[in-house]
Design a protein around this ligand. Structure first.
Ligand SMILES: [Zn+2]
Length: 396
């Protein structure tokens, strides 16, 4: 058996040597160093396979060069914007095909004149990305923050973050793993407004981390939020504004219930654009819902509703649902929530009003595109778009 192993080794040695020498020889065939190179090749390459010392002698410098390169790349990523200096529009199918054609022309043996065509074809991938939001349109992103809430609204030129998820301090919080990477990816370096709906940690816990990461021009809070900021103001009923043709309005009704109650005092925000509207009621419960329903009536009607209090049994009263009449309802809840959010009976309640339900616990981050075709089109789930292989079975 031992002799067989030796024969196998010898055959492999000969095959490898002849292969490397032939390949290497092609480059040096016509040079005066051909014989020397060939001889070195013949001696050196087999030696690499049999000598661990020689291998490490060659591999270590290569390892050093690569580690220096990686350090340089890490440095570049720390100083460059997350999306790079140039946005490559490779996601566009036409651009992708033109780029592929350019690469093909570059690689195949064709006349030089034809080869020069590859340059303009390759340059098409640097064309501006045409995914701009038009006036009146907006994108809504509900982050997957487990137990808590964080929602980003992006109009053509403005961004508003409603709530920041849970957290202990500026280092240990969900914002660092969910909201902030998204803001960096989208190259959002400042927020036009931050709304902290109420003081509960699952809504306000990530505020310190967000304020540390991005510049915030305006902060809206409810009475239960404790924050030291000169730009913070209460989300009162009369506060409303318009950005890029998208209307924002707080629907808080003060007086008839105790605003110091953290949940019922949540900032209730309605955002309306050309393609639909969304209602963000924080953690209000039935008491506040009755109050709002009686006061605002049809004004509560919205295409998308972020279920109050994560779909808790204490919220989503019939009076409120009848006024909002959402087409879609989103439950921002933790996987196997310890509080039972969203409650099954609440999900059934919305279904009885033909509102399609989505849960961040099942779908991860959820986005809605409110475009000009007058529908809350383009609902997308991060987990469905980027499934882990072990989650594959979860979505038939
Ligand atoms: Zn909450």
């Amino acid at each position: 058996m031992e002799s067989l192993a030796w024969i196998a080794w010898a055959v492999e040695f000969l095959v490898r040597t002849s292969f490397y020498c032939r390949t290497f020889g092609k480059f040096v065939r016509n040079s005066c160093c051909g014989i020397a190179s060939g001889t070195s090749c013949l001696l050196l390459i087999p030696a690499i396979f049999v000598s661990a010392e020689l291998t490490s002698l060659l591999i270590e410098p290569i390892d050093w060069i690569f580690s220096q390169l990686f350090s340089f790349f890490y440095f570049l990523t720390s100083i460059l914007p997350a999306e790079g200096l140039i946005r490559v529009s490779i996601g566009n199918l036409v651009v992708l095909l033109l780029t592929a054609l350019g690469l093909l022309l570059l690689l195949v043996p064709v006349q030089k004149k034809i080869k020069t065509l590859s340059l303009p074809l390759l340059l098409t991938m640097f064309l501006p990305v045409s995914e701009r939001t038009l006036p009146g349109e907006f994108t809504l992103t509900i982050f997957d923050v487990g137990q808590g809430l964080a929602v980003l609204t992006e109009t053509q030129n403005q961004t508003l973050l409603y709530d920041t998820g849970a957290g202990l301090d500026a280092q240990n919080n969900v914002a660092n793993s969910s909201i902030i990477p998204f803001l960096r990816k989208r190259n959002i370096r400042s927020l036009s407004a931050l709304v902290i709906s109420h003081g509960d940690n699952d809504h306000s816990g990530g505020a310190a981390a967000v304020l540390k990461e991005v510049q915030v021009r305006k902060i809206f809070i409810s009475g239960s939020v404790e924050i030291e900021s000169a730009i913070a103001e209460l989300c009162e009923e009369k506060v409303k504004w318009e950005w890029d043709g998208v209307k924002f309005q707080f629907l808080n009704q003060s007086g008839s219930f105790d605003y110091r109650n953290s949940n019922n005092g949540s900032c209730v925000l309605k955002v309306s654009g050309v393609g639909g509207s969304v209602l963000l009621p924080g953690d209000i419960e039935a008491e506040a819902e009755y109050d709002l329903s009686a006061h605002y009536k049809e004004l509560l009607a919205s295409t998308v509703l972020i279920a109050p209090h994560h779909g808790s049994k204490t919220s989503s009263s019939y009076a409120f649902i009848k006024r909002v009449l959402p087409e879609q309802v989103v439950y921002s809840a933790a996987y196997k929530s310890q509080f039972g959010h969203p409650a099954v009976e609440i999900q059934e309640k919305y279904l009885s009003y033909k509102a399609v339900g989505y849960s961040t616990a099942e779908l991860g981050m959820i986005s809605f595109e409110f475009r000009q075709d007058n529908t809350a089109s383009g609902v997308s789930s991060f987990r469905r778009q980027h499934p882990r292989y072990w989650r594959h079975q979860a979505f038939p």
